[in-house]
Write a protein that binds this ligand. Structure first.
Ligand SMILES: Cc1cc2nc3c(=O)[nH]c(=O)nc-3n(C[C@H](O)[C@H](O)[C@H](O)COP(=O)(O)OP(=O)(O)OC[C@H]3O[C@@H](n4cnc5c(N)ncnc54)[C@H](O)[C@@H]3O)c2cc1C
Length: 382
């Protein structure tokens, strides 16, 4: 794959790989077992200057591109799906929309802390009653002209990082009669805005070092200058944000698959049964070759989507395709990695079980696989 990765990208990727091996791999299972969000890892990622990779330097970002961001997300996913998910949610969902849609003042106040200040972002679209059908949201934002404020009420569901974030981009209905043109985005400050409350941090089958929260908004008053873009822009912003976000979930999936594959390959070369390494049995060799094939394909689709995104092309089909393929590959590769390790694969002493549990979310978050089929079908004119 390296033939198409520029030197500058390779340098950052290698730096992040070294960091992941030294600082994340040794704690990856422990933070899962303890359900602990590793704030110290995010502080270190901030010091490495990777919390704002695809954000312009003038706003404290690295000024990199989507390909560089995908490479780094893959590296993090290769050792910890949970850290990878919180990282991707911060960059693609919490920070990037402020750069794309925000005013200069909003970028200074809300984006810069996310790129160079070690703070974290989150993005609240999903609700208890609206997931795949996200535009059916019920959270409202009513304008109070006297105070020049919006008043937000509703419940948001499954919001990554909401309990550790310094800003949350909340989608709410400003005009109930306008359909998708009546949805707007607000920058909410969880610490300072009264009425914002994290009511649940979910226990999950995986990714437990990444907090997934239910959030209640009860008469949260937001100054009008924290509307992102114009009133009614929220849905179009969401579609654009997901086009980029899906590339990062694809990259994270490739990372999970790569981590599981490496563990399986290494084990198969060492574990002996019937007097020889199990890798010498056709059944095991074929599994590993198939894993390799799935990963290479998913990575190519991911890098193609990222490269086209960087060229300013419309990537709705490419990003959905990459996410669909890579998330399926991650689950299948991780499952076969567990099988390759036999009984040991079923224990938490070995990483494949963790990749297997983490991979499943990739087929659900930022649009389920069924919804990716809907998106791709639409793009194909079906
Ligand atoms: C760990 C985690 C982190 C998350 N992080 C965030 C976040 O940071 N911000 C955020 O806003 N959301 C987040 N989500 C929410 C996630 O995006 C939604 O869970 C997802 O979009 C699915 O919505 P749902 O759970 O309501 O499922 P539903 O929409 O109820 O879907 C249930 C099933 O029906 C299928 N289905 C629904 N509609 C169709 C259709 N038209 N055609 C075919 N099948 C269909 C789905 O594919 C699925 O299999 C997160 C979720 C999880 C679990």
């Amino acid at each position: 794959m390296d033939f198409e990765v520029p030197d500058e990208h390779r340098l950052i990727r290698d730096t992040v790989r070294e960091f992941c091996e030294a600082e994340i791999r040794p704690i990856a299972q422990e933070i899962e077992d303890d359900h602990r969000f590793p704030a110290e890892v995010f502080a270190a990622l901030s010091d490495l200057d990777v919390l704002g990779i695809p954000i312009g330097e003038s706003y404290g970002g690295l000024g990199g591109d989507q390909l560089m961001y995908a490479l780094v997300t893959e590296e993090i996913g290769r050792v910890s799906g949970g850290i990878g998910l919180s990282y991707a949610a911060h960059v693609s969902l919490g920070a990037k929309p402020i750069e794309t849609f925000g005013t200069e003042a909003q970028k200074e106040r809300w984006l810069r802390p996310l790129t160079e200040g070690g703070e974290l972002g989150a993005w609240a679209l999903t609700e208890p009653g609206s997931g795949s059908d996200a535009s059916a949201m019920e959270t409202t934002a009513e304008y109070d002209a006297d105070a020049d404020e919006y008043v937000l009420n509703g419940t948001k569901q499954f919001i990554t990082n909401a309990n550790v974030a310094n800003s949350v981009l909340v989608k709410a209905v400003t005009d109930p009669d306008a359909g998708t043109d009546g949805i707007s985005t607000f920058i909410v400050d969880p610490d300072a805005d009264d009425g914002f409350e994290v009511t649940t941090v979910w226990e999950k089958m995986g990714l437990n070092c990444s907090p997934t929260c239910e959030v209640s908004l009860d008469d949260v008053r937001i100054p009008a200058d924290r509307l992102l873009g114009e009133e009614g822009d929220g849905w179009e912003q969401t579609m654009q944000t997901l086009d980029g976000g899906r590339i990062s979930i694809a990259a994270l999936s490739v990372g999970l698959a790569q981590g599981a594959y490496e563990a399986a390959k290494e084990y198969a070369g060492e574990r002996e049964q019937f007097g020889k390494p199990i890798a010498k049995f056709d059944a095991i060799r074929d599994k590993i070759v198939h894993m390799h094939r799935q990963i290479e394909r998913a990575r190519l689709l991911t890098h193609r989507a990222a490269t086209r995104y960087d060229a300013g092309e419309d990537v709705t089909r490419e990003s959905a395709l990459a996410k669909l393929d890579a998330s399926e590959a991650a689950r299948e590769v991780a499952e076969e990695a567990v099988q390759t390790l036999g009984g040991y694969g079923y224990t938490t002493d070995f990483a494949p079980q963790r990749f297997y549990r983490d991979a499943k979310l990739m087929e659900i978050g930022e649009g389920t696989s069924e919804i990716q089929h809907v998106v791709i079908g639409r793009e194909l004119g079906l």
